[in-house]
Design a binder for this molecule. Structure first.
Ligand code: DGY
Length: 323
């Protein structure tokens, strides 16, 4: 029997590419240039499986073509808001993602951003590298401590919990959170994490707010000007979820006026472009979407995709099917 034709849209860790090449008739993106929408549309006609990731865009129109060969999109990543999954499903295409394996890694980046923003680490490093550091003095670049402060988590799923765990047990922070459904398990009880009824209650109670909700039309600009205004003066906003969960223009205004102390961002609306309004500010830490960027995690993500498409082509249910 012929091996399924599989297209990998970006370079993946070599170990995973080797497994894919052995198991499937695999086409790799040797140059690692993001595919255009026209190239992705052509891929749906020519390959049995397409393995996209966060840098690809698959809107509903792309699934509206005759004679599509693709039967599964094995997404490399837990977030899949770049794929119109309803349109894929309507076109008879299964979609899978990679939950679980990037939880710790992403929570680590949330803590990295919290520490960097609170302790002005980016600003300090820029000052030193520019040769502008005048030496130690008692009032130089004072930041905020984490111990004893309240961390508000928006979205108490796997990554939200892992972030809360680190903050509570590692840094002595109190945890409050908003989650659409009730969360009452041993883990949240052990952290004495308090579930609040509304997002605004969490924003008003927190010294640090960390976003862990999925990117979706529903969550677009969930944190807008009105919600930013509810945050405590001197608070910090951390976003490792999706860029469009925050209204960037409103955030820039808040950061400029100093009504919140700072922010730490790993994701952006319209990334990889980052607005000049953000890059011009000292009180925001900007990382280039590094949430899952460790060799171990990216390999584990790739192996999850392999498991999903292997199950699919063996006639089994893919373990991480989302549509
Ligand atoms: C994901 O998996 O959704 C991440 O954002 C990629 O790091």
């Amino acid at each position: 029997m012929e091996k399924p034709r599989v297209l990998v849209t970006r370079r993946w860790p070599a170990e995973v590419e080797r497994v894919l090449a052995a198991r499937f008739n695999t086409t790799l993106n040797e140059e690692d240039n993001p595919l255009t929408e026209a190239e992705l549309a052509a891929a749906l006609i020519n390959f049995d499986a397409v393995l996209p990731t966060v840098s690809d865009r698959l809107p509903s129109a792309i699934f509206d073509q005759p004679a599509m060969r693709t039967k599964i999109l094995g997404n490399f990543g837990v977030g899949f808001n770049h794929i119109d999954v309803r349109a894929a499903q309507a076109a008879g295409i299964a979609v899978t993602n990679t939950p679980g394996v990037l939880t710790d890694c992403t929570a680590d980046i949330a803590l990295t951003l919290m520490l960097m923003a609170a302790r002005r680490a980016g600003e300090g490093e820029r000052q030193l590298r520019a040769g502008k550091w005048k030496g130690w003095c008692p009032t130089h670049m004072l930041g905020s401590q984490l111990a004893g402060k309240t961390l508000g988590i928006i979205g108490m799923g796997r990554i939200g919990k892992a972030t809360a765990r680190r903050a509570h047990f590692g840094f002595g922070m109190k945890i409050v959170f908003f989650n659409r459904s009730a969360v009452d398990d041993d883990e949240t009880r052990a952290m004495k994490a308090l579930q609040m009824k509304t997002i605004n209650e969490v924003l008003a109670a927190s010294d640090f707010v960390s976003l862990h909700c999925p990117g979706s039309a529903e969550n677009r600009h969930l944190v807008d000007a009105r919600r930013l205004a509810v945050m405590k003066p001197g608070a910090f906003l951390i976003n490792t979820a999706r860029g469009d969960v925050v209204d960037t223009t409103a955030l820039v205004e808040e950061l400029r006026s100093g009504s919140i102390a700072g922010a730490g961002l790993d994701v952006y609306e319209g990334e990889p472009s980052v607005p000049a309004g953000l890059t011009a500010l000292e009180n925001v830490v900007l990382l280039p979407h590094l949430g899952s960027a460790t060799a171990e995690t990216r390999t584990a993500m790739g192996m999850k995709v392999v498991e999903n498409i292997t199950a699919f082509f063996d006639g089994r249910d893919p373990p991480d099917r989302v549509a």
